[in-house]
Design a protein around this ligand. Structure first.
Ligand code: AMP
Length: 283
């Protein structure tokens, strides 16, 4: 496994043999089994796998969140080596954003609600860095987790709009045995908060159950989530949403398909999670 820093080093590895297909897994490091599920899928579908590790400053709207974000390149590299990764790109910020850098990518409508409404500038940072990663790596496929549901919608929109020549592969959410979605931020929870954090999965599961039991009213479904989270003393809602999975617009009245999603502070740690439902049979 090779760890590249500069764009030139990365590209030299990537293009050494043009006959090979490459899968790219973009990450911010502090890797866990959720990231590794993306790597595993990429391994199965490509000749070579590259993982980028970059805590992208431009997607953090809160400087404290950026400062506290967990980082451990040595542990990450060891995990990726045993997962059979070929190439890591772990650039310092000045390689991604050299002095004089001035270009950004803005995806319009689908970045407005949900995370976009609560984290100003977040998706401009994400779209810009992912566009740059795609240009640096030029992968055949890029792997993203459904954990960041709006991110998937934003990246798919960008790839369509700007005709990036690659396939986006979306992988399911990996959860702890008690249902908590794996997240690098989970390491910031103290034991009481870690216990309380299961409320996100409980609220989403109860809402999916209500939907499957025939409840179709958008407000009632949102209230199911809100009430369950409100019952957890360590939890504070940032938002809960029942939105159209394609447009991400908030649903009103009767629901046929929905992305149930939420951002909830557990203590100081902001966690997100989501589940999707549809009347249409899955393909
Ligand atoms: P991050 O390092 O948080 O930027 O995540 C890198 C990628 O891993 C993103 O595409 C995430 O959606 C994905 N990811 C993070 N957590 C999970 C999880 N629990 N299950 C599946 N994918 C995940």
């Amino acid at each position: 496994m090779i760890i590249a820093q500069t764009i030139e080093d990365f590209r030299a590895q990537r293009h050494a043999d043009p006959s090979l297909t490459w899968g790219l897994v973009p990450t911010m490091g502090a890797l866990h089994a959720g990231h590794l599920s993306l790597v595993e899928r990429a391994r199965a579908e490509n000749d070579r796998v590259a993982v980028s590790i970059f805590v992208n400053p431009t997607q953090f709207n809160n400087p404290d969140d950026l400062a506290k974000y967990p980082r451990d390149l040595d542990a990450d590299a060891a995990l990726l080596e045993s997962a059979g990764v070929d190439l890591i790109w772990a650039p310092p910020p000045e390689i991604v954003y050299p002095s004089g850098y001035q270009t950004t990518v803005t995806v319009a409508e689908v970045t407005k609600p949900l995370e976009g409404a609560h984290r100003p500038g977040h998706f401009q940072g994400v779209a810009t860095v992912v566009a740059k990663l795609f240009n640096v790596c030029q992968p055949d496929r890029a792997y993203f987790g459904q954990k960041d549901a709006q991110q998937v919608v934003v990246i798919e929109q960008m790839v369509r709009d700007l005709a990036f020549p690659l396939e986006i592969v979306v992988c399911p959410i990996v959860r702890e045995p008690d249902g908590l979605a794996l997240s690098s931020r989970n390491t910031l929870l103290n034991p009481a908060e870690r216990k309380a954090a299961t409320v996100l999965n409980r609220a989403l599961s109860a809402t999916v159950d209500a939907y499957q039991g025939g409840q179709r009213d958008a407000d009632t479904l949102r209230k199911t989530m809100t009430d369950l989270i409100a019952a957890e003393p360590l939890a504070r809602i940032d938002y809960v949403s029942a939105a159209d999975p394609v447009t991400l617009e908030e649903l009103e009245g009767s629901v046929q398909r929905a992305l149930f999603s939420m951002a909830v502070f557990i203590g100081d740690v902001r966690l997100i999670d989501n589940m999707m439902v549809s009347d249409e049979p899955a393909d």
